[in-house]
Design a protein around this ligand. Sequence first.
Ligand SMILES: Cc1cc2nc3c(=O)[nH]c(=O)nc-3n(C[C@H](O)[C@H](O)[C@H](O)COP(=O)(O)OP(=O)(O)OC[C@H]3O[C@@H](n4cnc5c(N)ncnc54)[C@H](O)[C@@H]3O)c2cc1C
Length: 508
Amino acid sequence: MNARTIPVVIVGAGPTGLTAASLLGRHGIECLVLERWPSVYPQPRAVHLDDEVYRILGLVGLAEQFDAISWPCHGLRLVDRSMRILAEFRRHAGRGRHGYPEANMFDQPELEGLLRTNLRRHNTVTLRSNVEVSAVTQDGSGPVRVDLIDRISGQPETVHAEYVLGCDGANSLTRTAIGSTIRNLGFEQRWLVLDIATTAALGEWEGVHQVCDPQRAGTYMRVGKTRYRWEFRLAPGETAESYREVDALHRLIAPWTKQIPADDLELLRIAEYTFRAQIASRWRDRRVFLLGDAAHLTPPFIGQGMGAGLRDAANLTWKLAAVLDRTLPETVLDSYEAERKPHATALIRLAKLIGAAMTEGGEAGNLLRGVLAPRLHLVPGLRARILSSQTPALRRSALVERPALRRGLAGTLCPNAVLDDGRRYDDIAAGSFAVITAAEPTEAQRAHIKQRGAVLLTARPGTELHHWLRRGRARAAVVRPDGTVLRSGRDLARLCATLPAFGRAHTG
Ligand SMILES: Cc1cc2nc3c(=O)[nH]c(=O)nc-3n(C[C@H](O)[C@H](O)[C@H](O)COP(=O)(O)OP(=O)(O)OC[C@H]3O[C@@H](n4cnc5c(N)ncnc54)[C@H](O)[C@@H]3O)c2cc1C
């Protein structure tokens, strides 16, 4: 690599790119983030994230700040047009297995503001706004060339990077540059999205209401102390313009606002979006990767699209840091798409299912709403996802070792358990490898784990981690820096022997 090559260039400073930059900064990796706009994109989009994704915000150091701008939510209800409950998926508003509420409401521009400010913690991270990336090219095994145009001066420039992360959203230039195509998963609908502020009490259930009605599917949720979000499917010929008039808008939201006078409701934002279910054919070409909306689009019915981008960032960045530090071989980067693509696809399919229950007409729709929706929790595989916020385990890869036919802990997230001293798992182990063991390690094993840069946690009987190991039929587990279990088993000596070396000192 030539001397002026930057280790990582990130295209796009949306939530995915900003999270990836913070995580790389935490590992001391130099990176340059290139963003077209001068500041945060102000339109209303994501309002929900789960406790698994909250942990990623904790990892970048934003747990407290996010707590101050978010609102725990009680879950999701499917209701019919007369607000009769068809199905209900409850979430704990208190601290769950990951140490945070299972469902959290917030405002995406506010979160992006926090993520931007957070970059200042890391002197290895530079955010450059007002630049349009115009080309990403690579030949052979040399550095990647990134062409850009300074939007203020109009000057073209070129930078070179060892790796490029395309976090440039749904219309990703990086995706086109690596010859990846979009696979349509069969969902496309136009929806109206509006945010309203009011100090009046709506007195509604404090969860997401999904109105299942082929005539006018809709979503209602409280997203803050005085802020509410509604989303409605647009009929053919309707646009956001059709609802600029107060009367038309109020007819839509009246089932929730009831007698509250129009003067007490302040329309903050109204926009039209097309909800899509899509996945990129491939997420990597040699030294260029796709993350976030550049790699996948999820209809927002289960609030997982942005979360998928943060999961991508958490999955890839520690591997990239280890490859750049030469502590892991470059082949580990193959595990990124192998692990993330099936996970993202599973959540897109779940979102599509909820979308179909809300909008499908005819007999098929009636069957989904009347018969299937109330019984979704009985469907094997869906049960865990519906009864808790837990998402599917990652598939087998070089960094998720599990026997083909046996379920174990590998690929699942280790709980952010409370430890003996009152701290939680993430307080001491997030960002590092960890060995969790119910068996007392020998002095030699202790020394080996320390020498590999990993954290050792002994799970005493009666503790949360001990229960977790037992439920997973294991005596010990190796957990990766992103909290995913690499392997579990009964033989601590064997687990220790294959523990990878990882990490320089964290800077965050
Ligand atoms: C109505 C709605 C509701 C939603 N609700 C939820 C929800 O509740 N929960 C959830 O998890 N998700 C939700 N989502 C999805 C979520 O908003 C997106 O998944 C998320 O914004 C994707 O983040 P990203 O960083 O991958 O892409 P983006 O947010 O699109 O960011 C991409 C960035 O790249 C920049 N960029 C692009 N091209 C270039 C270029 N050539 N040069 C320089 N910069 C470039 C862009 O300016 C932008 O800043 C919702 C979406 C919508 C529309």
